[in-house]
Design a protein around this ligand. Structure first.
Ligand SMILES: [Zn+2]
Ligand SMILES: [Zn+2]
Length: 728
């Protein structure tokens, strides 16, 4: 048999299908040995076998020992602990010693990939690999193949899916080779963080959802999740893992055919019970997300004679819009008004899909004195926004399912703009341990971000991008290299020099933009770059988009319209992070927005208490409110000034941001939820922060005269804002 197989059994990758079949066929009759009263056959009589275990694994070692004894071999066990191996003896030394002892066969288990091949190349004895690093574990895979063949009578044509930590699993690699060579179709399923790069190129199907794998497969081989993986941050917790990837009874109940379930090691129990408890709570919250806000019974509403602009369909016509049952029912001239309809003459005004803001801070929970979900969404409605995404730097941090659910419930209660929570990347935004993305997405989160804090660790960002892929959500990135920005309070440039304030260089942003674009390229994850402020960042994004990297980006109204000169006089309302930059940066940001290099406008609405901003420049917090001025600032400075067309501005504030975070909204197509804004583009008004619906007043635009405002805002067909008659 050795002649047909070669000297060593290092892995299944380099065996032929016939060789694998030969091993399985040879093994078959030996199973019967275990049933005999005297469990012994003389197959290996007179042979000496050393079990050389550099990794503690009692289970595997005992399996080999039993097999060797039943085959009548003489067995010697050498464990790494307490032996010469641990005292600095190298694998080469060991090999030489074994050679000298005329050993017939060495069974080796070693933490380094390639150790079995290395040993086999240096000694004349046969070498059997019992697991080397994350390379192969051919004997376990052969057992798995035998089990599958017994159960199904064949392997060719079967669909076998390996579930779990493929990246670190030698059992998975051996299984993939063995199954493919014997004609099975092979699937792999698990989070991206535990999936080796390019796995599809081995000829396997990649599943991101366990439900899809269960639907597809005849056999599921569930790999044991090693607890040490969590310490390296590949998954947030075992509980989350089982919630998302667990092979539960409920999931198996929905399988289209009877499945064979295999698992090579002992399962992690107890966690599954936890996940069922969580399941109950989760489904309640989900139902709320699905039903919230759209169940209100409202009168039909007919908007007549407005200029209807819907960038999602390149639609721009003066016509009527009928809103009924919370939806856009019809668009066209001469629509009859249903009984009891509220008819509004909107001639001279623009009817557009409601604005969407992918970046706001609502401060609840934790800082309800400066903003609440109710006051923030009231401000949003006044600004023409029908949906906002809430950043997670609340107190406590929005880093778990319950916190996400709280925000959803509060926003449903307020009944104004829709709120889509963004969950934290890391627990407590500490940058140490990944949050439970799956649980948060289940509760309604649409993205993850540690906004307010940069993700310092490149490994954490890589892992976040990979793990977020499993849920189809982007990672929203606050780009700041903290060692470079430390102590800075405004843009590093001439104005800072004159004012004697410590600057934040453009490079502090660009370094992180560059790093995270590379990581998005590496992982295939979707990076969404928040509040871009420099011309260097624009160039990096442009190049990344040309290369096909999955990147989207946002820019704030203030970075499009103000420069570091706004900090003159130490005006703390011009203190924000990233800081206001130079005229050349503003020009580059405007051009990028026009071209679509930057996808959308976001306000980064950041309320602060009056007395917090009423401080020395160095001591004041970063950030300004923006929901109630965003559209007017952008319209006045960009559209009226000829930088963007009106349709382009609406696209950048509604259709594009909805697309970036895959949110509903951003469209007036019939059947869509009636999230609509009616814009009055003739009224000139002066920004008076005391009239804000937001609880905070920190804006650099106070006293500015702007053009354009939301006259009417509808969410799900309900009027959530109606401007009082404009005062000239
Ligand atoms: Zn930020
Ligand atoms: Zn922010």
């Amino acid at each position: 048999m050795t002649a047909a197989l070669g000297k060593d059994l290092v892995g299944l990758e380099h065996l032929s299908p016939d060789q694998i079949r030969l091993i399985l066929d040879t093994a078959e009759p030996f199973k019967e040995v275990s049933e005999r009263p005297i469990k012994k056959v003389p197959a290996l009589r007179g042979k000496t076998i050393v079990n050389l275990f550099f990794e503690a694994s009692t289970r595997t070692r005992i399996s080999f020992e039993f097999a060797e004894k039943r085959l009548s071999a003489d067995t010697v066990n050498v464990a790494a602990s307490g032996s010469a191996v641990q005292k600095g003896e190298t694998l080469v030394d060991t090999a030489k010693n074994l050679e000298a002892m005329r050993i017939d066969m060495v069974v080796i288990r070693h933490p380094s990939s390639g150790a079995a091949l290395f040993l086999g190349n240096r000694i004349r004895s046969n070498v059997v690999n019992a697991g080397d690093g994350t390379h192969e574990h051919p004997t376990q895979a052969l057992l798995d193949l035998l089990t599958i063949r017994d159960r199904h009578g064949k392997i060719a044509g079967l669909k076998v899916c390996l579930v779990g930590d493929i990246q670190h699993s030698r059992v998975a690699r051996s299984n993939i080779w063995g199954l493919l060579k014997l004609g099975a179709e092979v699937g792999v399923c698990g989070p991206d963080t535990l999936m080796p790069r390019g796995i599809e190129e081995l000829g396997v199907c990649r599943f991101r959802r366990i439900e899809e794998a269960i639907e597809w497969a005849d056999v599921l081989n569930v790999l044991r999740l090693q607890l040490e993986r969590m310490e390296k941050g590949f998954i947030p917790s075992l509980r989350e893992y089982y919630r998302v990837f667990g092979v539960t009874l409920e999931r198996l109940d929905r399988a289209p055919r009877e499945l064979t379930i295999m698992h090579p090691g002992p399962m992690n129990r107890g966690v599954e019970i936890d996940s069922r408890v969580a399941d109950g709570a989760h489904s309640v919250i989900l139902a709320q997300v699905t039903n919230g806000g759209d169940r209100r019974v409202t009168r039909p509403l007919l908007l007549t004679g407005g200029r209807v602009i819907d960038p999602s369909r390149d639609f721009d016509q003066t016509t009527d819009v009928l809103v009924q049952d919370g939806k856009v029912a019809a668009i066209g001239a001469g629509l009859g008004s249903p009984d009891g309809a509220d008819v509004r003459d909107v001639r001279g005004r623009v009817v557009a899909p409601g604005l969407v803001d992918v970046h706001v801070h609502l401060r609840e929970p934790g800082n309800e004195d400066v903003e609440t979900i109710a006051s923030g969404t009231r401000a949003a409605a006044a600004g023409g926004f029908t949906a906002v995404c809430a950043m997670p730097n609340t107190d406590p941090v929005t880093d778990n399912q319950a916190a996400v659910g709280f925000i959803v419930r509060q926003s449903v209660r307020a009944g104004l703009a829709r709120v889509y929570p963004i969950g934290a990347i890391s627990v407590g935004q500490k940058g140490e341990q990944l949050s439970e993305f799956g649980e948060m997405v289940g509760a309604g989160a649409v993205a993850v971000s540690d906004d307010g804090k940069p993700v310092v660790s490149s490994h954490m960002m890589r892992t976040a991008l990979e793990y977020a892929r499993s849920f189809g959500i982007p990672v929203a990135d606050h780009c700041e290299e903290p060692n470079l920005s430390a102590g800075g309070v405004m843009h590093e440039g001439l104005v800072a020099t004159r004012l004697g304030l410590k600057g934040i260089p453009a490079a502090a942003e660009e370094i992180m933009v560059g790093r995270d674009l590379l990581l998005a390229g590496l992982t295939g994850g979707h990076i969404h770059l928040c509040h871009m402020s420099t011309r260097g960042s624009v160039e990096l994004i442009r190049r990344a988009k040309e290369q096909g990297i999955r990147v989207t980006a946002e820019v704030t109204p203030h970075h499009l319209t103000l420069t570091d000169h706004a900090c003159e006089g130490y005006d703390t309302h011009a203190k924000m992070n990233p800081p206001l930059r130079e005229a050349a940066d503003v020009a580059a940001l405007r051009a990028a927005l026009k071209q679509g290099v930057i996808d959308c406008i976001a306000s980064d609405h950041a309320p602060h208490a009056y007395d917090a901003k009423e401080a020395a420049f160095d001591d004041a917090p970063f950030g300004i409110v923006g929901l109630e001025t965003a559209f007017a600032v952008a319209y006045t400075e960009l559209v009226a000034a000829g930088v963007l067309t009106l349709a382009e501005l609406i696209a950048r504030m509604s259709t594009a941001p909805a697309a970036v975070l895959r949110l509903p909204g951003g469209s007036l197509k019939p059947g869509a939820a009636a999230d609509v804004v009616v814009l009055d583009l003739t009224t000139r008004w002066t920004v008076d922060p005391t009239t804000f619906f937001s609880k905070s007043r920190n804006t650099p635009f106070a006293g500015r005269t702007l053009t354009g405002r939301a006259a009417l805002t509808l969410v799900g067909g309900s009027i959530v804002h109606e401007a009082v008659a404009a005062t000239p």
